[in-house]
Design a protein around this ligand. Structure first.
Ligand code: LCS
Length: 394
């Protein structure tokens, strides 16, 4: 691993994963191997004992994967990264690392559906208690804390409501109550938000989204602020077998190089798309952190370095009108996922959040008419014209 500690963010995107390579390869090679030969028995023993750095077995660690881990850890200003097979692998590594039977978790009600459903349907069977609250109101978090609360887990902006949660205030509450403070930073990427700088202990991503950005892999990553937390989470990930694959890591490293320029373009497009939608007579409401009408516009400016590329809105005429829109877009793909170079549209209530109980969905603001739109980097006029012609069909 080369020392790039003093490089700026955009340089880290290109060089933060650089490794020493025998042939001077310009990009990190794919070490497509499951295992690594030891020099002798004592060498193997030293590696297992953690007395010497090196690679043992790809589930435990691999040069291509560790290049990605080092790169993202640098981008998030954390101690170390832990790459996983999927974003849910990252979420579960963190849950399993810290939650014990009898512990309680307080979390954002509108988190990515499966991150909540897995607690309600599976961890609950292991004796873990939970409270899902609207964390955009800090008082709700304070009120939900119990003597056995162990973790505060938030998503900001939340998927799919775009509700923001105040990172600084959460960090204060977590510190006061001795909670592990975890932030899912998928919607922003480290380019737009660095939760560890605001006092979070752990940040995680579905790298399937903006970090990779090309809709060609599924993956996740966790970055811990301290060595102690890093070791705890890595231990859980390795023994659970939630590891990333070297080829996946190679693709993510490649996608990551253009994170800043992709996000700049997607965001520039999103600002124009949001403006178009806000002024369209067939749009009932819109949530986008870059709009002055956004209820948490000031908080967005405080903790995000830009409003991002995710928009949620409702069409006049509710779900039926929304369906006409979603069935008639031609450029945008009607597909789940987000954060890629291509524009996507989807219906959370029946797709990404379909496994959540109906009542819980409504309480969290995931209403039937909510349409989620992930703005890509196509020509913005084509994106707007696509929406325009589809809205005309209503
Ligand atoms: N966290 C957030 C905020 C997400 O949006 C997702 C996936 C995950 C975690 C899980 O990551 P995965 O295992 O899929 O890599 N979000 C999706 C979405 O909104 N549509 O499809 C997947």
């Amino acid at each position: 691993m080369k020392d790039h500690k003093n490089l700026a963010f955009d340089s880290l995107l290109i060089h933060g994963g650089d490794i020493e390579d025998t042939y001077g390869s310009a990009v990190v090679p794919i070490y497509q191997t499951s295992t690594f030969a030891f020099k002798d028995v004592n060498h193997g023993a030293r590696l297992f004992a953690g007395e010497e750095d090196g690679f043992i077995y790809t589930r435990i660690g691999n040069p291509t994967i560790s290049a990605l881990e080092n790169c993202v850890a640098g981008l998030e200003n954390g101690f170390g990264g832990i790459a996983t097979s999927s974003g849910m692998g990252a979420v579960n590594s963190v849950y399993l690392a810290f939650l014990h039977s009898g512990d309680h978790i307080v979390s954002t009600d509108a988190v990515y559906g499966p991150a909540r459903v897995v607690i309600e349907n599976y961890y609950s069977k292991l004796g873990i208690e939970y409270s899902y609250v609207d964390t955009s109101n800090i008082q709700n978090i304070i009120d939900a804390i119990r003597p056995n609360t162990k973790m505060l887990y938030i998503e900001t902006p939340a998927n799919p409501t775009i509700a923001l949660t105040d990172l600084k205030k959460c960090a204060d509450i977590a510190k006061k109550n001795n909670l592990v403070f975890v932030v899912d930073n998928t919607f922003c990427s480290p380019y737009l938000q660095k939760p560890l700088d605001f006092g979070a202990d752990i940040v995680l991503h579905s790298v399937t989204k903006f970090i990779n950005g090309h809709a060609d892999i599924v993956g996740g990553i966790i970055v811990a602020k301290t060595q102690e937390h890093y070791k705890t989470v890595r231990g859980a990930m390795v023994t659970m077998g939630f590891n990333m694959d070297p080829h996946q890591a190679y693709l993510v490293l490649r996608g990551l190089k253009t994170l800043s320029i992709r996000m700049d373009r997607a965001q520039e497009n999103a600002i124009k798309v949001a403006d178009f939608l806000e002024n369209h007579p067939k749009i009932e409401w819109i949530k986008y952190p870059g709009l002055k009408s956004f209820a948490q516009y000031e908080l967005a400016k405080e903790q995000m370095d830009g409003p991002g590329a995710m928009i949620s809105f409702g069409v006049k005429g509710g779900l039926e009108a929304g369906k006409i829109l979603m069935n008639n877009v031609k450029l945008a793909l009607l597909a789940v996922s987000l954060g890629g170079v291509e524009t996507l549209i989807q219906h959370p209530a029946s797709m990404t959040h379909s496994k959540m109980a109906k009542e819980a969905k409504l309480k969290a603001g995931i209403t039937d008419e909510l349409v989620r739109y992930s703005v890509g980097i196509e020509d913005v006029n084509d994106i707007i014209n696509d929406l325009k012609q589809a809205l005309e069909k209503i």
